[in-house]
Design a binder for this molecule. Structure first.
Ligand code: GLY
Length: 412
């Protein structure tokens, strides 16, 4: 058909459409913009509740249908301020900058926290994001102080940072001496950054030692990882390979795999040691070749959970993994990491996982799991699922614009 006839046909088709008022098929809304609009709507509701209370509240999850707010020493206290920074980054609306600063600065005294290892999550998601996204140089001393606090948990004889104390609580009943959980890999970013910001190499060396010992002891031959490795802090002997939040000691706890792939990707970012990127790739190959991973790539809370497919999913693991994959794509392009991450974000954005505005306690994502063995946070929203979901969206947007996926904080 020549151009003239083709144009004539199109004109006739358009006229018929007008005559019978047929509508052009609706263009699907851009995934990133759609999620920005959704996050703004949900977080407006969430922060209106907080602001009206006259207090600074820190929402973590839903418990018995009510929003659960946590104190600042809770391991999850950095994620909600982090969500505010990411909403600011996505919108550049100063409303979110002000809220991010307010909720971040409420965590100031966390820099002195020494009784557990999660200060890396707490200060990293809040203050470090404030420095990266908003150039808040006044946050640098907080980041360095927090790294000093985390470093007090380093056990030189074993070369690891002790995750949990064993003198009280349920951890005291497990027979552990120096338990290290795979989650601890997520705290190393704070140490690497503290060295970059202060010039003191101690923090970097501790992070590298921890990553190396974890690489040696935390992984099975198939590259899935244990949750807990308990050490003799003097000799470094690995005494127990256990779980705390997974189904069984030898099972594959989904979030542990997410912390591992993200953690080793971050280690590669700061060291360029290929062993870390190789390990992230090994973990990727384990996760995405495992037949127990559902087709939508949102894992069950544990790959060995006994009632699969009638077991809760864990959206938080999927979101964290997706975010790591965008970074991996920049180091090892062309291996499908971005395509996998895109698929995860698309699925998390669907009504199967993303809540309607005004529902789900105004959190973004449904269907995460905190700890089934402890009987809490089963099939609920979690602030860290939202945090890594937004982080993944930022990385996707930056990648597709040809920009660095991650902003580096300027030192001066
Ligand atoms: N860091 C604790 C958890 O992943 O549930």
């Amino acid at each position: 058909m020549n151009k003239f006839f083709s144009n004539r046909w199109m004109a006739v088709a358009a006229a018929c459409c007008a005559l019978f008022s047929c509508k052009a098929p609706q263009q699907p809304k851009d995934l990133i913009q759609d999620n920005i609009d959704n996050a703004v709507a949900q977080f407006t509701l969430q922060t209106d509740i907080i602001e009206k209370s006259g207090k600074i509240l820190n929402p973590r999850t839903l418990e018995n249908g009510e929003i659960l707010y946590v104190p600042i020493d809770d391991w999850c206290s950095g994620f909600f301020p982090g969500c505010m920074w990411y909403t600011y980054e996505l919108t550049k609306d100063q409303k979110w900058e002000k809220l991010a600063m307010k909720y971040t600065e409420d965590l100031d005294s966390v820099k002195y926290l020494k009784w557990h290892h999660d200060v890396g999550f707490m200060i990293g998601d809040s203050y470090l994001n404030g420095l990266r996204i908003d150039n808040r140089k006044e946050y640098i001393p907080v980041i360095i102080e927090a790294a000093k606090s985390l470093s007090t948990r380093f056990r030189p004889g074993a070369g690891v940072i002790q995750s949990w104390n064993v003198d009280r609580g349920w951890q005291s009943k497990r027979g552990w001496t120096c338990p290290v959980i795979i989650d601890n890999m997520m705290n190393l970013e704070l140490l690497f950054e503290a060295t970059r910001l202060s010039g003191d190499s101690t923090f970097h060396k501790i992070a590298v030692s921890h990553a190396n010992v974890t690489l040696k002891n935390h992984f099975r031959p198939d590259n899935s990882c244990y949750h807990v490795v308990d050490y003799n802090p003097e000799t470094g002997e690995a005494l127990h390979h256990h779980t705390a939040q997974g189904y069984a000691h030898e099972s594959v706890w989904a979030r542990g795999q997410a912390w591992a792939i993200y953690g080793y990707t971050v280690c590669y970012r700061y060291t360029h040691d290929k062993r870390y990127l190789d390990q992230a790739e090994n973990i990727y190959n384990f996760i995405f070749n495992d037949p127990r991973l559902p087709e939508d790539l949102i894992p069950y809370w544990d790959y060995d959970a006994p009632e699969i497919p009638n077991e809760p999913r864990d959206a938080s693991s999927a979101a964290c993994t997706a975010s790591a994959l965008y970074e991996m794509e920049t180091y090892a392009p062309g291996k499908g990491y971005k395509e996998t991450a895109d698929k995860i974000l698309e699925n998390l954005s669907s009504p199967a996982y993303r809540a309607k505005v005004g529902e789900n306690g105004n959190f973004l994502l449904m269907h995460s799991v905190g700890s089934i063995p402890h009987g809490h946070e089963i099939d609920v929203p979690l602030n860290y699922a939202d945090y890594y979901f937004l982080e993944g969206l930022i990385r996707k947007r930056n990648f597709e614009k040809g920009e660095p996926i991650l902003k580096e904080a300027h030192l001066q």
